[in-house]
Design a protein around this ligand. Structure first.
Ligand code: F6R
Length: 620
């Protein structure tokens, strides 16, 4: 949460920083701000509540030329301490206006630090935890052992901070450098020719360079025009991992679509193909990073999947596959609940942590708790080198590419596919599936990109339907077996994008309460199982549909193509391609994503940036 960027080089920093902020806006959009160091060392700050457009209006009103200079930092905020307001917008400055700070994360001991500053007579002007850092750095720079040394001052302050943070800091006394630090929040350096960048995400500088360096835990980096230097919080040289970004600017742009989310929905066949690529060779499933021994994998006697939101739904799908293929009990846990209920974990437990961003604080803490209890942790993640994979024993990356729309789409499908690979890898290691069975399951998976491509041909029909039901008060979603998590995901998409009341239910539960919600004209989306693959469940669901239809529901049925049995029960029938039962979520989710996006669009909402949300949830 919160996007931060810094630039030192030969270009006008304002434009570079604003460009970076636009690409990071998915991380939070409660306010935006910049600080620029002009040639003479004067620091100019502009910040404004709301979207980056509001900040740009301020810059235009003041005259962009007055924000000259080739060194600058910027921030786009997701509010934690203090409401979205101009005074709480970053950058924060010290009393002299010489130090400017942008921050992502939460400083847990900020009340204590704030008290100390107030006792010393410092006047704080915001409600944030971040402002304390500006004053602390200014004081460390002004006197004592670190006087006159910005790098050392930042390191000293970092040693005093508790919590998770990425900080990017400038001081007008040293207008040729930016000092940045990280603990548990992301920070990457971009390496250009005669220019360097720091940012929460490579997307901020991808149009300038694909060469990047990922900082490790508790590291400080100083960037200048000519280079970068990494140390730990005590000043000892430290090593950080250089890498080359394997996607380019076009992946981070809308490519002719009105919204990133619409582009990302269309990219799903590629996201699946890229995620599966290279993971089945010489008859065996392989992971990306494997630090668990084969014997330890064979000894696993229980699996937990921990995740949040859509990633959690991908875990619910995985449970069906892993239990079926591996004959292991699987529990799927909301990461935010996991460590508070004393789950039974030991060295024979495998915890699969699923996270697109690899930064989600709840999931990260669940990983730490699991490892603390000696469980083995396997991360399924879409972000190379993020904190969750770094702290895990094994990693399988989804290769969905950058997902910028806040609502997860292509990453969700890629997570389902990756979770299946984990299941197959376990089955292969434990011998619960013969090699030819594993090969057959993989071959089915490998066919899903084309099935998803076909599912996308329902888009026009679904958009038309969406416009017709956009005024509904609520929408219910029903499913059974793997269709149940799909129903939950469909409801989540609609809640977060269209701000409508939407609930997903296991269809069999309907008669135990939720059927009371059915009233005349209420749209109910039903995710059907295959009439061939799951004949018994199919007929039960047909009965469920007729029960709600009898009570006035408007039935929208997602069914396998050629399912003539359900046709008479569907006020609207959306046909998706036939795939094996476990793979159905990959095709039946697609129309639900389109439905939510189009209803939201019809209601006039920004589907890439739903209110109150941010893409990476780095607070618990
Ligand atoms: C919903 C959505 C969220 C995320 C959740 C976990 O559309 O995007 O529910 O799935 O916040 O995020 P990651 O996967 O980054 O841990």
């Amino acid at each position: 949460m919160c996007g931060i960027v810094g630039y030192v080089g030969h270009r006008q920093a304002l434009e570079v920083v604003l460009g970076g902020l636009h690409r990071l806006e998915y991380r939070g959009y409660d306010s935006a701000g910049v600080a620029l160091l002009g040639g003479g060392g004067a620091q100019r700050v502009a910040r404004k509540a709301g979207r980056i457009a509001n900040l740009e209006a301020v810059l235009d009103a003041d005259g962009r030329a007055t924000f000259g200079g080739t060194v600058g930092i910027g921030h786009t905020r997701w509010a934690t301490h203090g409401p979205p307001a101009d005074r709480n917008s970053h950058p924060h400055v010290d009393e002299s206006g010489q130090v400017a700070v942008v921050h992502n994360g939460i400083i847990e001991n900020f009340a204590e630090l704030r008290g100390e500053l107030e006792a010393a007579g410092v006047e704080l002007t915001s409600d944030t935890d971040s402002e304390t850092v500006a004053h602390l750095v200014a004081r460390a720079y002004a006197s004592g052992e670190t006087a006159g040394d910005l790098d050392a001052s930042v390191r000293e302050v970092c040693r005093r901070l508790r919590g998770a943070f990425t900080l990017v800091i400038t001081h007008s006394d040293v207008p040729d450098r930016i000092v940045a630090a990280r603990r548990s929040s992301p920070l990457v350096v971009g390496v250009g020719d005669g220019e360097h960048f720091v940012a929460s995400d490579v997307a901020a500088f991808i149009e300038h360079t694909r060469r990047a360096v990922e900082l490790g835990q508790d590291q400080v980096v100083v960037i200048t025009r000519d280079g970068y230097e990494v140390t730990d919080f005590t000043g000892e040289p430290a090593s950080a991992r250089p890498f080359t970004v394997d996607w380019d600017l076009s992946a981070a742009e809308k490519g002719g679509h009105d919204y990133f989310m619409l582009k990302e929905i269309e990219e799903q066949p590629d996201a699946l193909a890229n995620t599966l690529r290279g993971h089945f060779a010489a008859g065996r499933i392989t992971l990306d990073e494997q630090r668990i021994t084969e014997q330890d994998l064979r000894d696993i006697d229980k699996v937990f999947v921990v995740a949040c939101g859509s990633a959690y739904h991908s875990g619910l799908v995985a449970k069906y596959a892993i239990e079926h293929w591996c004959r292991l009990p699987v529990e799927v846990e909301l990461a935010s609940e996991f460590r508070y209920r004393d789950p039974v974990l030991d060295r024979d437990t495998l915890v699969v942590a699923v996270s697109q961003s690899g930064e989600t604080a709840d999931t990260l803490e669940a990983v730490r708790h699991a490892r603390g209890q000696k469980a083995r942790v396997l991360a399924v993640c879409n972000t190379n080198g993020a904190q969750i994979p770094r702290e895990s024993d094994a990693v399988l990356y989804t290769h969905a590419g950058p997902e910028i729309g806040v609502a997860s789409t292509k990453a969700f499908l890629a997570q389902i596919a990756a979770n299946y690979l984990v299941g197959l890898a376990l089955a292969q290691e434990r011998g619960t599936k013969y090699p030819d069975e594993v090969a057959r399951e993989f071959a089915e998976l490998a066919n899903t990109p084309s099935a998803v491509q076909k599912a996308l041909t329902t888009t026009d029909q679904v958009r038309d339907l969406a416009r017709r039901i956009a005024d509904a008060k609520a929408v219910l979603f029903l499913g059974r077996h793997v269709g149940y998590p799909v129903a939950l995901e469909g409801a989540l998409k609609l809640k977060e994008l269209a701000y409508m009341h939407a609930e997903g239910f296991a269809a069999g539960e309907l008669k135990h309460g939720p059927i009371a919600l059915i009233e005349d004209g209420l749209p109910v989306v039903i995710v059907m199982p295959s009439p061939k693959g799951r004949a018994m469940l199919h007929s039960k669901l047909v009965s469920n549909i007729s029960e709600i239809q009898a009570r006035g529901a408007r039935t929208i049925v997602i069914a396998e193509e050629g399912d003539d049995v359900v046709r008479p029960y569907a006020d609207e029938l959306i046909e998706v391609p036939a795939v094996t039962t476990l793979l159905q979520p990959l095709v039946s989710t697609v129309p639900l994503q389109v439905l939510a996006a189009e209803i939201a669009r019809s209601r006039g909402y920004d589907i890439d940036k739903p209110r109150n949300l941010a893409k990476s949830v780095t607070v618990e």
